[in-house]
Design a protein around this ligand. Structure first.
Ligand code: GLC
Length: 429
């Protein structure tokens, strides 16, 4: 079957009424930023479904604007995911929806830029305006609860909020959670039963205990505010770049549908003033996360360093340095989530090295905004080649070249399918 068809089929099979799950075995509910990227693929098939995907995600929004990373539709039907809806127990917060269980942490704010693409396909103003308000409310939550010193940059409180779960970027932060703090933490992992070769391709049990330690901590604080010494407080260039890009989209959409955009524009200005001051490292020519507790950047070269291209943050000199760094990644498939040779790199292990299609998509879209089309084409062709050869998987080893075995994690993976559709369609046009 033709690749485009196969990708469409994955999206159809993973559809559960008004939303799409990321992957049948591993992730049986609705995930936040997955749905945003899935919507971009649906736009090429049935634009109405893209809008419904986002509308359904926002049924999980909390009264204070918070948007959870998982919405547990039909929670009782699926027992193959840990931590479950019961474990998160979103009801500890008065802000949580009463009729729907959700997680208590969030994920990158992709919805603004996705909405901008959706309205290109024609729209019903009332529905768009409703979603627009919900997205602004979510961003307002981020600035109210998470902003670092009036910088227009917001903190993440859990590695899962970055969406890059076991990235080496978080290793130094996790050193703060000592083994003796984990003695009462019980994990009942399910992910390792849903994939092959889990020891080499998924986070370790020790890592997982730390993730659950943070969940317990946040749940004890009703997922609302954290004390100053809370161990995981990080400014992530991926999270902040995506938020910035979505704000820029909201400003443009607001003008189109006649909504006041002054608040959104003030967020944009503030972020523009401070993004590079916090995230840019001139010596290495890369953007890095910033650990609030140490006041230092986390200097590990990962795909995360390139996502600010997507939000058109780099100036000319920064662009030059970033492009030189990507071009220096010779003899490997682009773009490894963590660059070979960096501390913590592992070619097959989840966020410690493998290529992820949605990261590639953001980097290549970003490069195109700067007319770096050759490099963007190379990234897209590596992505399509991987999917074509090994299937619509969750992630891929950047060092193992065809025809060896490659392709790891979940199968029939929705955002890999959705963004392959987008890449293929753009290649045609
Ligand atoms: C993994 C990824 C995360 C994604 C989720 C569902 O946890 O790290 O980014 O949202 O799976 O696909």
């Amino acid at each position: 079957m033709e690749l485009l068809k196969k990708c469409q089929q994955v999206l159809e099979e993973n559809r559960r009424g008004d939303f799409t799950i990321p992957s049948p075995k591993l992730y049986p509910f609705q995930w936040n930023w997955d749905s945003g990227f899935i919507a971009l693929g649906l736009l090429h098939i049935e634009p109405e479904k893209a809008l419904v995907e986002l509308e359904t995600l926002f049924t999980g929004q909390w009264g204070n604007g918070f948007l959870p990373h998982i919405v547990f539709h039909n929670a009782e039907k699926y027992t193959t995911y840990f931590p479950s809806a019961d474990y998160w127990n979103s009801n500890v917060s008065d802000f949580a929806p009463k009729k729907l269980s959700t997680s208590g942490i969030t994920q990158p704010a992709v919805h603004g830029f996705v909405l901008e693409d959706i309205i290109e396909y024609g729209f019903d103003r009332d529905r768009i305006a409703r979603l627009y308000d919900q997205i602004v409310h979510y961003h307002q939550y981020l600035y109210d609860y998470r902003q670092f010193k009036d910088t227009g940059l917001v903190a993440i409180w859990h590695n899962w909020e970055s969406g890059m779960d076991n990235s080496p970027l978080w290793d130094s932060v996790f050193k703060r959670i000592h083994p003796d703090m984990l003695k009462d933490v019980i994990v009942k992992r399910k992910d390792i039963h849903s994939v092959e070769d889990s020891a080499a391709t998924r986070p370790t049990d020790e890592d997982y205990k730390r993730y659950i330690y943070l969940v317990n901590y946040l749940r004890d604080h009703k997922y609302e505010r954290v004390p100053e010494d809370f161990p995981f407080q990080v400014l992530d260039p991926v999270f902040n770049a995506i938020l910035h890009q979505s704000n820029k989209s909201l400003a443009r959409i607001g003008k189109k549908i006649d909504i006041d955009t002054s608040t959104v524009e003030s967020w944009i200005r503030r972020t523009e003033e401070h993004f590079s001051e916090i995230h840019w490292n001139d010596e290495d020519g890369l953007f890095y996360p910033f650990d609030i507790l140490t006041g230092q950047q986390v200097k590990i070269h990962c795909a995360a360093s390139y996502i600010p291209l997507f939000a058109e943050i780099p100036d000319d000199a920064q662009l030059k340095a970033l492009v030189a760094n990507i071009e220096g990644l010779e003899d490997m498939l682009l773009v490894p989530s963590c660059i070979p040779g960096q501390p913590g790199f592992q070619a097959k292990n989840y966020w410690r090295g493998p290529v992820w299609i949605h990261m590639n998509w953001m980097i290549s879209e970003g490069l195109r905004k700067y007319q770096q089309n050759d490099l963007a084409d190379r990234i897209n062709s590596d992505s399509i080649q991987l999917i074509e050869e090994y299937g619509i998987r969750e992630y891929f080893d950047p060092l193992t070249k065809i025809p060896e075995k490659n392709g790891y994690g979940g199968q029939s993976f929705s955002w890999s399918a959705a963004l392959t559709i987008d890449m293929l369609k753009k290649k045609e046009s």
